[in-house]
Each structure stands twice: as C-alpha cells, then as structure tokens.
Design a protein around this ligand. Sequence first.
Ligand code: GLA
Length: 758
Amino acid sequence: MKKQFLLLLAVIITACSSPDPGSDIISLKEGWKIQKGDNPEYADPQYNDTKWTVIEPGRPWETQNINSLVEYDGYAWYRITFFLPEDIRKNSYFGEELQITLGKIDDTEQTYLNGELLGINNTLIDEANRDSIIFEGDPKAYSYFRNYILPANDERIKWGEKNVIAIRVHDHGGGGGMVSPSPTISMVDIKEYLSMDVESDPFEIMGAHYTKNIRFKNDHEKQDFAGLLTIKASRYTDGKVLYETSERIMVKANGRYEHLFSFSSPNSESFKIEYIFTIDEADYPVYKFQGAPYILTPPAPEEPRINGADVFGVRPGHPLLYTIPVSGNRPMTFAVEGLPDGITLDSINGFLRGSVKQEGDYTVTLIASNNLGEDKKSFTIKVGDAIQLTPPMGWNSWNCWGLSVSDEKVRSSAKAMVESGLVNYGWSFMNIDDGWEAEKRTGSGELLSNDKFPDMNALSDYIHGLGLKLGIYSSPGPLTCGGYLGSYQHELKDARTWARWEIDYLKHDWCSYRLICPDHDDIEELQKPYRIMRASLDKTDRDIVYSLCQYGMGNVSEWGADIGANLWRTTGDIVDTWESLLTIGFGQYENTSHNKPGQFNDPDMMILGWVGWGPNLHPTRLTADEQYTHVSLWCLLSAPLLLGNDLSKMDDFTISLLTNHEILALNQDPLCKQADRVYVKDDIQIWTKELSDGSLAVGFFNMDNEVRAIQIALEAIGLGGEYLVRDLWRQSDIDEVKEEIELRLMPHGVSLLKFTEL
Ligand code: GLA
C-alpha cells in the first residue's frame, strides 16, 4: 500500500447552517488590548490605545507570549471598544437592567465604562458607595466573578454608540489578568430567571421510539412565563423534519415545570432536536438544540461470533484469566483446541484459567457454539515478558463516582458489564480509582481499605468469578490526589498487599509526589518513583498491568515503555465536553508512533453514558455524533478503552457504541499502531491507522458545528489502487469508490472507513 500521505488533498467543503435563535448577547471575547503599568488616563474613552498589545481574555497574561508580561506581577490595563445597539434593550422582555459580565480577574480590578468608574472587585459603584470601596488589599479578589448589573438608563451607558470599557488590574503574584474566556454584555432578561434544562434527563430509546423529559425552572418572584413550546426533530443531512409538535405551556413564578414528550423516528441517522419556547410578548424565543442518539451498529447475529483480541500475554508461571468474548444467543458452549498444559477451560462460561511455566507462543483454536451454529478463531497465548499486548478494555470508577466509589458500586458495574453483554466484546477490567484507601496503615505499615470496601479479597473473588479483572489506584506520593494515603516509601509492601488481594491492574497517579519532586524538567527524577514501583510489582507473582498517571510530564510517551509501564497518561483530566475531547483526544498527534504491543499512550478515560465525578451523575454532555467521534478516535489511537460511566445505567445507544466488533477490532489490532493525523484543514481532520492485515483504517472527522460535504482524492491519503471500502460503524461495504470518496460528515461527527486493497 502506498504511504505518501499529505499529497494534494482535494477537499471540497460545503456547509449547511442551522438557525440559532437566541437572546441578544454581545460577545466581548475578541477585541481586548493590554498595556503594562498604571496611568489614570487609560480610563479615558478618547485615549489612543492603538499601540497597545492585543490580548485574549480567558488566560493569564503570563501565558500569552507577550514579552513584557511573561513574568510580570503588578499593574496593567485592559481596554475594549464596542458598539452597543439600541436593539438589545428594545428586544428585551424586561428592558430594565444591563449586565456587563467580565468573569474572573486575577487579582484586584477597577472597571471604567466610558471614563466613569463602574465597579471595583464586583461591587457596582454608585453615588452612595463611591468613596467607600477599596481597590487593593482584598486577598480573595482573584476568585470573584465580575458581573456588573446597572439600570438601563444609567448615564454611564451610551446606547446606539461606541462604548469603551477600561479595566485597571493589579496582579499580586502568580497568574494575572482576565481569566474567564467569554465576557459578554446583555440585558438582564428571561434567561436570568427561566432555565430550560434539556441535558439532565436522557433520551429513552426503545427501537425507533424516543421518550424525553425536559425541565423548566422559573426563579422570578412575580412573573409567570407562558407561551408556545415547539419541539422539532430534523435530519442533519437535508433538514427533513421528522417530528414537530407545539403546545402551550406555563412556568409559574418561583415554579418548576416538566415536559415529557415522545416520538418515533428511524434511529439510524443523525438528527437534531430543537426546543423553542416562544414566550408571549417576548421578542425572541428561549432556544436549545441537541444532537439526538441514533444507532449505527447492526444488531449482533444470534449465532456465536468470537470477538476480541487475537493475542494474550502472560508471564511464565503467573496466573492467567481470559474470558473468551463471544456474542450470540445463550446458552453457549466453549471448547479450545491445543490448550497448553496448566490452562483449563470453563466450558459453560468460556473462562480460561491457570498458568503456563514454559515461555513460548501457544496458538490455540477457540470454539463457541449454540443451538444455531458455531464459530472458531485462532488465538495466541504468548507466554513471556510482555503482558497486555493490546490496549486494556474495561471500566474505571473515577469519571462516574469520583471519591464516592464503594464496593457496592464496583460490584453493580461489574454485574452490568456482564449483563449488558459488554463482556462478550472483550471489556474486562473493573478498576477502582481514588477513594478506597483507609486513613492509616497498620502498625506494621500495611495499607488497608476504608469502610466503603469492607473486604478486598471478597471483592476480587466476586470480580474474578464473573470472568473480569480488578484494578486499583495509588500515588507514588504520600497522598493521592483525593487526599487519601499514597504508597510513598511503602511501595513493596503495597505491591504485596495488592498481589494478596489478587489485583490485576495498578494506576499510579503522581499527585502529591510533586512535593517530593518539584523539578518537572529532570527526567530521572520524574522516572524514579515509577521505577521503584515497577521493581516492587516485579517481586510479586502476579501480572499487574502498570498504568502511569503523571499527565504527560517530561514527554512520558518517550520513556514510559523503558521503565516497564504498559500505559501512561499523556494529558490532564478529561471532562464530558466537546472542548475537552478536542484538546485531549485530537491533541494526541503530538505523541504519535510510540505505541507498541503492551505499551500505550493513554489520553484518559471515556466520557460516554452517565458520568459525574461524584455521587450525582448526569448523561454525558457530548452529542451523539461527538460520542461516535470519541469512540472512533480512541480506537484509531489504540488507546486504552476505560469506560467512565455507571454501567448499570446504559441505554441501547451507549451499548451500541461499545459493542461494534469491527470498530473495537481497530483498537485491539495486534500491531497496536497509533493513528497518524495526515490532514488538518478547514475544520476537517483525517487520521489513518495501519492494521496488521495490511489494510488502512481512515477516520474523517468534522470539527465544525455544521454538516460538511467533503470530496477526497484517494491518492491524497496514500491510496493508489483498487480497494474494498467498508463503513465500519454501519458494517457495510461502500460501492463505487474509484479515485475519490464523497462523504457527508455530521457536526463534530466522523466517518470511519477501512480500505483493503483488492
Ligand atoms: C487525578 C487523575 C484522575 C483521578 C484523580 C483521583 O486527577 O488524573 O484520573 O485518578 O486524580 O483523585
């Protein structure tokens, strides 16, 4: 196969825009300038600031490559000039107050509007308090969110004219300046009182039937909001309306209202739902839209199909547990031809257990049968030094339960891992993150679990009994990130404790080790604690997958493998937003080509399903298309697949994302190549991954908010020949791909194709 990536990439792009009726909000995201020093004339609207430096709000001035401010603490002034249209007052429902939302400012701030003092450290200045407010000396000022609300007829405001905001900032130390990304100006209006929450309740899907609840809350003391609520589902591709309904509703003053609706829609294509609440006598509607879930993964056949990796690594003499992942109707019977001595098969559950003394590659045939048929697959047990030959697949408690994780929650997720059928696709690790550790060690220095985990051995028996594996979490420092006991100076004891508990996986999280090693530029010091734990794990008789978590410091992807880790986090913590997915997932191109069997870059855990980082969970804030993008990218990257959701609360959509065997096969491909980003332009990215069978997986990603039609010359992605092209999500071949391919990509969506040379 040709590998000349980055040739002339003929990408023709068109966009379909969607209307976004919203309230009148003036964005002050762009247009700010900064000047170091202090001079009262800077407040004057006539002052000539053309020579000032352009600066973004949202990041401290030290981080913006402005020479004079890189290490600067002290005074500086921000200024912005903007037009304030009369219309925003006229269109406003209440029309009484204007709000200037500047966000957090580090540290103290004094804001002028058109040369007049407007506020100090979030206290609006009026005649009464004019002389009593102090600018300096407030140590907490950096934490105040600045939002100045003033009467619409205040003389400082110039309606229908240019206005100038000037902000005098004093940075006492550390970061300085405007640190919230999106300052705005708007009228205090319906949006301040009425919320329409479409995120808290998920779509319930039964076949093609969707049900959904939306919640309204009115915080106004006196004003009811009555009007017409329109809910409209339309296809992203051509705008075809699939469903539309309108109903009069009322949300009473100081009240709540819930609205349940349901509709049927062919659920195999991307579509959006718009919620439009047109309040009587208001000039603009309250509006939200969501990308609705739709299922691409075809249902699994009822006959047995053996899924999962083709290889499994285990060290000589160490206990092995492998659950043969098979979809299809139960009951199922399992058989294996050519099993090495020491391994036995549970023929009802498909569990392989035991240990092999002799190093070597043992190729066996896995066989699964039910009343409808049989499937066979060649599978190699590699007995040697290397373990976790393909990326780990499983679950970790952090992104759902945070520090509120408990034995019961781990068990219920493990049970759901089996009952949802995920285990039939190779999902196997159940990893406890931070929050399991007791407050004190025993007199002899042993680490104990806390009350939420009454018996670790019983828990591991339960997990292993389900054919799953158990992971644990600690820090090389004295304390974990959550403030629990870490393993500092107790590494060997802890490794032995975990081995006694029959733990299969350790996530080792830097956290308080920063106090011991403040110099993050010294690679040897960065490696030291991990080498100590590696040596300690090696003294146990278990295969414990070793996961480093130090957020990518010192280019860990360059040396994680050398110190014997199986995976290493390359970034900070992920959250369930598109921005986070974009930075963390799509930022992985910087770490390319370090992945090998048993050695993986880890862009953090998954953000699908119900997540929450604490006791209260919510459905992921990613749209359906963003979720397809998330799974596709992680599979292309050969990244660890660690779910971060409550597994006992998964709908058909989430399960469909996690049980597409053709997509998962990319992740589990034995070459373990991390995809290369071969094209990035005009909000389109193309990533390609070489697979062990000589074919190429290609992810076409649309970073735009709109549908995009693209036309790509195959030559441009290194393909010059005749190909069988397969749409992996739909598991169907695409005919008629000759010299170029045409695709329609959903907003923030993906098309994931496999090209196999004929
Ligand atoms: C850090 C890690 C997270 C999680 C928490 C636990 O933030 O990056 O993944 O383990 O600590 O406290």
